[in-house]
Structure formats: structure tokens, C-alpha cells
Design a protein around this ligand. Sequence first.
Ligand code: 5AD
Ligand code: SF4
Length: 439
Amino acid sequence: MTGPKKLFIKTYGCQMNVYDSERMAEALGGQGYVETKSADDADMILLNTCHIREKAAEKVYSELGRFRGLKDENPDLKIGVAGCVAQAEGEEIMRRQPLVDLVVGPQSYHRLPDMEAKTRAGEKALDTDFPEEDKFEKLKSRPKAARGPTAFLTVQEGCDKFCAFCVVPYTRGAEVSRPADRILTEARDLVERGVREITLLGQNVNAYHGVGPDGDLTLAQLIWELDKIDGLARIRFTTSHPNDMADDLIEAHGTCSKLMPYLHLPVQSGSDHILKRMNRSHTADSYLRLIERIRKARPDILLSGDFIVGFPEESDADFQATLDLVEEVGYGQAYSFKYSTRPGTPAAERPQVDEDVKSERLQRLQTLITRQQRDVQDSMVGKDVSVLFEKPGRREGQMGGKSEYLHAVHVANANVKVGEIRKVRITDSGTNSLGGVLV
Ligand code: 5AD
Ligand code: SF4
């Protein structure tokens, strides 16, 4: 083969998968691969999959089927499945789709270079173990090339909460925190390469308890360590569980100026009966009191959430309680889903709510959420926000970035560079973004 081999990665699902895809691409960079944006000229195709909601596995199989022609044209093409569908389905993937050469679960990415070599030797490679070693530590250190002004950094993985609807504890495994020194080293490297905003990632990020120099660090303590890095301007974290919103983390929202005023704090339902059946171990009221405390620490914080409608046993009254909770909180951003059965999870075995009822409830909830999002976005008009500029906009001379509240903001004829943070006065609120002028 001449020239570098080409790698095409398609990423589904959460931001943790986005981060994992970057790390996998870097690991395969050591095997002579460069990334390509098209599957057509790839020597290796990797699907980094998500299993959180409906028909995930079926989508992967149909996507894989589409690669048959490419493999006929290029017999050297290797096809791999990574991520949570790989973990959940394992060997079954190769049985059902013989085109697949490699199946790797989310905890085994550091073994990818060896697995790739195995496929080049004409063998199939499968690894869905939960090994003891830290995959990120074993992965190649991050390349020194310049990069954009924002980055994800996984600090914690897995979950011990076992919400009755969720596959994460099964696909990502038990909760594990990365040691603080490795996170800080990675953060400093990112900042040296131009990153100004880091989003700390974890399925249960606020349960972080990584080893530090003097015992375990909480997420808030880790944030304060990151706060000391010169050149790093913004810190965010996602996703959090209400029960792990510790006092020091709430306080940090009021006192750490680098910590951005945006919090994704899923509640899933507003009904105590459903929350109990979901095994959430909090009530609607305890969530609302928590929100009150967070808003006291940081009055302008923008809140975001996740909701599931049509969970088994959800009555009209239960659903109404969700609408009431949404009304009471006032979300700036929220994601809502119809409950979908995940095989192997407790709720999958229970009597299910009618599909029509689920659809109707989802529509009502989304109407309410969209209105709230819109109101919060519109309320920015006339205000000054700080914008981290990320890339040129679609129009000539336009630059786009994100406000501290994570709203997309565009500025026309902005004489600013990517990576600059500037005050912007918001002048208008569009469908999905705000417009403004430099102050
Ligand atoms: N059905 C519907 N939504 C789900 N989520 C997780 N599992 C399911 C499921 N089985 C949603 C939750 C979670 C988000 C990432 O996905 O709201 O917070
Ligand atoms: Fe899934 Fe989040 Fe519940 Fe863990 S806390 S089981 S990741 S929904």
C-alpha cells in the first residue's frame, strides 16, 4: 500500500463517544492511519456506536450492510464496530454481519492497534473485556498538533446507579474515575495546543472521586485544580446525577469564575411514583430544592435536563407531574425521549405504555420545552454575553462561537480570531442561534 492508510470513523451518541473516537483515531495514527471524511476511500471504517435508545443495534446492522460494495471494491478494507452496541452484542455482530473484522468494547480501545494488526493478518478481532488497566493511560499520548479552542476530556466512566431503564451500567461498566494528575496533564497539553474551554465528561461526572496528591479529589476540587491552568478560560462538565450534586460543587458555581453558568442535570420524570420505579433515589421535590440551591449560588445559571415519557406504569397524572416540574424549573435546554425497552434492564420486563400515548405525551412535553428554550434564548436580547469564537460563520465576515450559557452566537463583520473571547451585545434571537455585535 502506498501513502498513509485512511481511517473513517462515524460517531453516534454522546460526547463521551466523540472523545473516544478522537482517542481511537490518535491510537490508530500510530499504525500509520490518517482520518478521512468519506467511507469511500477508507482502508478502515469504524462505527463508534450508541446503545442508549431504540433500534440502535438495527441501525448499525443496516449501516454495515451498506459497506458491502466498498468491501467488494477494496478487499483490504477493514470494518470495525466500537462503542456500546459492540459491548452489548459482542460476537453476535460478526455472526450476523460477516463483513465485520473487528469488534471492540468501550473499555478496550487501548488494544485497538494490536487488534488492527490482527485483522491485517486476516484474522477477526474481538475484545469486549472490562480490563483492570486504564485504557486512556495505555493509549498513545495525545499528539501535539494545534487544535480548536474547545475540547472534551473524559474524567470518569461507567455508572453504579442502575436506573431501571438504562443500559449504561452494563455497557460501560462500573464507575471509575481517572487519577487527577493524568487529567491535569492532559488538560495542560490541550491548553498548550490552543484549547481555551474544556468540558469534563463522565456518565456520572459529578460522582468523580479520582486519586489526587492528598487522597481522593471531588469534582469541585478537580475543577479548582484546572482553574489554576493559565490560558484555560472555561470549564464545563456533563452529565450529572442530582444525588451527586455535592455542596462544594454547588458553591463552585458561585465562586469559580472559569466554571460556566450552564448545568445539565437530568431528572427524567416529575412523578415520585415513576422516579421510584425508575430507581432514581430522589424525589421531584428534592430535585426542585436542589435547583433552588444551585440558583442561589449562581442566579443566572442556564439549566438543562433529560426526560423520559411513557415509562412503564406512567399514568396521565404522572405525566402531568412532569409537565408541572418543567413549568416550575424553566429549562434553557432539555432533551426528551420516549421510553424504549433495553433488553436486560429491569423496566424492559414490565407492562409497557401504548406507543400512541407515548407519542402524544412526547409531543406535549416537547412543545412546552421548545417554548421555554425559546423564551430563555429571547431573554438574552439586549444583554452582554462573553463569546468564545470557534469558527467562521456561513456568511462572509461572520464569526460564530458560544456564550457562557452555551448559546450559539454569530457576529457579522467581526474582526476576531478563532479562540478569542469577547463581550458581545445580543441584538437578535433566531431559530437556533443569537446574533450580536462586539462591545
Ligand atoms: N429509553 C428512553 N430514554 C432513555 N435514556 C436512557 N435510557 C433510555 C431508555 N431506555 C435517556 C435518559 C438519559 C439520556 C442520556 O437518555 O433521559 O438521561
Ligand atoms: Fe444511566 Fe445516568 Fe441512571 Fe447511570 S445515572 S443508570 S448513566 S441514566
